[in-house]
Each structure stands twice: as C-alpha cells, then as structure tokens.
Design a protein around this ligand. Structure first.
Ligand SMILES: NC(=O)c1ccc[n+]([C@@H]2O[C@H](COP(=O)([O-])OP(=O)(O)OC[C@H]3O[C@@H](n4cnc5c(N)ncnc54)[C@H](O)[C@@H]3O)[C@@H](O)[C@H]2O)c1
Length: 316
C-alpha cells in the first residue's frame, strides 16, 4: 500500500515579521511554501523589507498589546513565531517600561490568541541578554538566567525575555503541543537598522572625514561573537524542523572578537586610519559573550560566513 504523503504546509503567524530577523524568517517560510501572516506595528519594522513577497503574505498592522486587534484575526493559524519586541541597546536605557509592557502584555495576548485559535506550535525569540555576565564562556543553554540589578533599566530587555521564557514554558505544558525557545546572539546583516554595533560603526566611519578620533563605548576589550543573518536563518531552519518540544537553542557562532578589533576590522575594510577614544562602559554591559553552540550543531547547524566576509557583504 502506498503511504499518503503528510501535508507539511503550515499556517504561520509571525509577530514582528517586518523587523530585521522577522522579515528574513518570513522570506524563509515563503521559500518553504508555508502560508504566512505577519503582525507588526512597524515601529521598527519596514514594509519595504517584505516588498518582494508582499503578494504572498497577509500583513496585519497592529500593536501586539492590542488584544482586540490580535483576536480579530480569523485566518487559520497552527504555528506562531513570536518576535515582536523592542530591540536596540539604547532603548533598554531610554524606555524600559515600554520594553516590559510589550514583553509582558504582548506575550499574554499572543498566548491567549493561541488558546482561542487552538495553535499547536510556538517558537519564542529570546536573547543572549538573559545570561547577562555568564559564569561560563562559551555559554550553554543551561546557564543561570539573571537580573543583576532590578534598578538598572538595561535589564528591562533581558528581564522581559526571562519572564517570557518562564511564563511560556509553563503555559505551553497546558495548552500547546510544541514550545521552543531560540536565543539569538548578535545577528548582523543588510538592512538591520542602525541601533546595533556593526551598522553604527560603519555609519560613524563614513561620517568621520579627516578626523581620526573614533569613540568607543567601554574599554574596547569587551568581547562579542556575531552571526550573519544568512547563517542565522540556516540555524533557525534547523530549530524549526528538528527542534524538540520544551527545548532551548542558542543560535550564534564561536567566532569571538574584541569590540576594538571589530572597529579596526571595519576601519581597514573602509580604508580609514583611526585613533580610539574610549568612554565609560554602559552600566550592565557584559564583558564577554559567546554562546556554546553544541546543541544546535547536533541538529545540523554549521557557520558558513566568517565575520570579515559578512561585513564585506554589508559594505558591498
Ligand atoms: N538582532 C539580534 O541580534 C537579536 C539578538 C537577540 C534577540 N533578538 C530578538 O529577536 C527578535 C527580532 O529582533 P530584530 O533584531 O529583528 O529586531 P527588530 O526591531 O528589527 O524587530 C522587532 C519587530 O517587532 C516590532 N514591534 C515592536 N514593538 C511592537 C509592538 N508593540 N507590536 C507589534 N510589533 C512590534 C517592530 O516593529 C519590529 O518589526 C526580537 O524579539 C529580539 O529581541 C534579536
């Protein structure tokens, strides 16, 4: 007897789908032939990112805190990928309440949506910020999550992600079939928005003119590891297809670099001769961050784009 082929096409709602990562995930899902709907208020998202696939998706403009709007969606949805959130370090300090309001009320609303619509699968975007200054480097998914100082507004971002993970995991045990958390680690690439270190450096270098002094926040010795968006999508693909229920996956690379070296690398590619001026470290900024990626490697992830090549791709 010939076995009937299982229909793998999913009806997917991507919150935050016109953002940097969200638009790339949406394009990936379209390539994979799923039905996709995007919910975003375009506060940081841009419809231009989805221009090429605009006829293939349904876009709903709305605030994730607007429960009525969210619940008015009457399309069939079996999978939610929840990315809507305020990203960008400067906002952690500037508008901590808004970050937490979107984190908490946004999550409650989208989970209520899941309950009402009988959604089966949920993928939650968390962050490396949940580790803060980790005890172990490279940092695996079992690292202790922390809020080192409740009064420091920076932790609104990481704190909101910790609440989302904790509430989501326990909600899912009652109401969902599959709940997976992924923690991106410094994703970069074309059209990522200017609030991240790589585009910020590029933009400032371009404006330097003959001035050689280049300002770096911190000592320049802070270490980060970056992942190019194409590699990130390759990692997300593995999590989406092979990730297990109630599991957590770091998505990043082990290619560590000091922030001063990163600045030098970009300066060299732009043929700029610079002298560093250092300023105070932003309160709460971790000294070193690098994920342990053994778990995602086990399900097939491999880094393809080295940092230098990834930056060249942006500059081109
Ligand atoms: N980019 C990274 O390196 C990185 C690292 C760790 C975690 N993350 C997480 O991944 C997700 C996507 O990040 P990104 O880099 O694409 O950021 P982004 O700012 O480009 O995307 C976030 C999207 O959420 C939307 N949004 C914000 N508030 C909203 C609201 N109230 N209602 C509806 N939509 C709203 C924005 O308009 C934007 O399109 C976020 O959850 C972020 O915290 C990103």
């Amino acid at each position: 007897m010939v076995k009937k082929k299982k229909n793998l096409k999913k009806n997917i709602l991507v919150t935050g789908g016109s953002g940097f990562i969200g638009s790339n995930i949406t394009k990936y899902l379209i390539r994979e032939k799923h039905n996709v709907m995007v919910f975003d208020n375009n506060s940081r998202g841009k419809s231009s990112r989805l221009k090429k696939i605009k006829n293939k998706i349904k876009f709903v403009k709305g605030d994730i805190r607007d429960k009525k709007k969210l619940l008015s969606i009457n399309n069939k949805v079996d999978t939610v990928i929840h990315l809507a959130y305020v990203n960008g370090t400067k906002f952690f300090y500037k508008k901590p309440f808004e970050i937490l309001d979107i984190a908490v009320n946004g999550l409650l609303n989208i989970l209520e949506f899941c309950k009402k619509k009988k959604v089966k699968n949920f993928f939650l975007a968390s962050s490396s910020e949940v580790y803060q200054n980790p005890l172990k480097i490279p940092t695996d998914e079992n690292e202790m999550l922390k809020i080192p100082n409740i009064h420091n507004p920076r932790y609104s971002y990481g704190g909101g992600k910790i609440i989302s993970e904790l509430y989501g995991i326990n909600f899912a045990k009652k109401f969902l079939k599959k709940f997976i958390i992924f923690r991106p680690h410094n994703v970069y690439g074309k059209d990522m928005g200017n609030e991240h270190v790589i585009p910020e450096f590029i933009n400032r270098f371009k404006k330097l003119g003959n001035n050689k002094n280049f300002l770096i926040y911190g000592t320049g010795k802070e270490v980060r590891s970056f992942i190019h968006i194409d590699d990130f999508i390759h990692g997300f693909d593995k999590v989406f297809k092979k990730g297990k229920n109630q599991e957590i996956y770091n998505i990043g690379t082990n290619e560590k670099i000091k922030i001063a070296k990163l600045a030098m690398l970009i300066a060299k590619l732009l043929r700029k001769d610079i002298k560093f001026k250092k300023t105070k470290v932003l309160k709460g900024s971790p000294n070193m961050r690098c994920p342990n990626i053994k778990k995602i490697k086990k399900i097939g992830f491999k880094q393809h784009i080295r940092l230098k090549d990834g930056i060249k791709k942006i500059l081109n």
